[in-house]
Ligand binder design. Structure first.
Ligand SMILES: Nc1ncnc2c1ncn2[C@@H]1O[C@H](COP(=O)(O)OP(=O)(O)OP(=O)(O)O)[C@@H](O)[C@H]1O
Ligand SMILES: [Mg+2]
Length: 299
């Protein structure tokens, strides 16, 4: 880095710090605490890359406020589906609507969260959360940071946080604008087991509080059954299996009904994989029996 570049970076950091200090937390904004989740409708959706079909005539609906998980083997088109829903790619054919409007018109309603937090390293945590917000952005970003358990870290640089904390910042950034649709593309995949559990509980708590519609892509069958109201298995561009999960929350780790659903889903995944060894990314579940259903620990 040249001397000039270093000086500019230092100046930018000092300027941002002073700006942040000078901003008093403002009174609550007019942004509503709860917005009803969006209704999603996908009809005959098709997408190919270089002549190779990825999604073929895919159709399903998501009710407002519903939590849906998408599973399927690597390369089956899960991320492609989320990108189409976010309006980042265009479909070859078919129709996607969010609250009855074509996806091109829903910018601001949907947020996408990825496996990596994608924070700007040269912006402080609070500025990363408040990015793109107007008005009382500082207060709102601070409130969002608090809701993900990061009080007091607002003036840190992203590099000063752990991987799990960075992912919490990404979650705060996604939640701060009160999205009606949350698209989650393996957001916990890079986290250790304990942090992953904490993040799952946090997402569930935020979803219960804000009631956005959630679409979670995951390779973790237990995670899918533990969080979602419905799980959709995609194979060969279409829906191979759809499972409704009993609507009991909080869910417990050894609930026999959920265990049976996990087994069913895993069996179907193994069937889809055709025994070519590519299912190793899916987690399996030890077989459970109704008599084991005593553990009341959180999911
Ligand atoms: N921009 C692109 N250009 C060409 N091919 C692409 C592009 N994006 C995705 N594909 C292809 O589309 C298919 C589906 O990719 P996608 O990323 O949606 O899979 P996925 O189900 O999310 O997989 P994973 O579980 O590994 O993340 C893959 O064969 C991939 O190579
Ligand atoms: Mg993917």
């Amino acid at each position: 880095m040249t001397q000039m570049a270093m000086e500019s970076a230092l100046f930018a950091a000092l300027y941002e710090r002073r700006n942040l200090r000078e901003r008093d937390p403002a009174p609550p904004s007019a942004r509503p605490a709860v917005r009803p989740g969006a209704a999603v409708s996908i009809v005959n959706l098709s997408k190919s890359f270089a002549g190779r079909p990825v999604l073929r005539d895919l159709s399903f609906e998501i009710a407002p406020g519903e939590f849906v998980a998408i599973v399927g083997r690597s390369g089956c088109g899960k991320s492609t589906l989320l990108r189409l829903l976010a309006g980042l790619n265009a479909a070859d054919a078919g129709d996607i609507r969010v609250d009855r409007r074509p996806v091109t018109n829903v910018v601001g309603e949907a947020r996408l969260m990825f496996q990596d937090p994608r924070l700007l390293p040269w912006r402080r945590v609070i500025a990363n959360v408040g990015i793109g917000l107007g008005g009382n952005w500082y207060y709102e970003a601070l409130t969002a940071l608090r809701s993900v358990g990061l009080d007091g870290r607002e003036h840190d640089w992203p590099a000063m946080l752990s991987g799990g904390q960075r992912q919490r910042v990404a979650l705060a950034r996604a939640l701060v604008s009160r999205p009606k649709l949350m698209l989650l593309d393996e957001p916990f995949a890079a986290l250790d087991a304990l942090t992953r559990l904490e993040m799952q509980q946090l997402i569930e708590a935020m979803w219960l509080r804000q009631r956005f519609t959630a679409l979670l892509v995951t390779h973790d069958v237990r995670e899918a059954i533990g969080l979602a109201d419905r799980v959709i298995l995609i194979e060969q561009g279409g829906i191979a299996l759809e499972l409704a999960v009993p609507n009991e929350r909080p869910r417990t780790r050894s609930n026999a009904k959920l265990a049976a659903l996990e087994t069913k889903l895993l069996d179907r995944l193994l069937e889809c994989a055709g025994g070519d060894g590519k299912v190793s990314r899916f987690t399996s579940l030890p077989v459970q029996h109704p008599s084991d259903d005593k553990d009341q620990s959180p999911w």
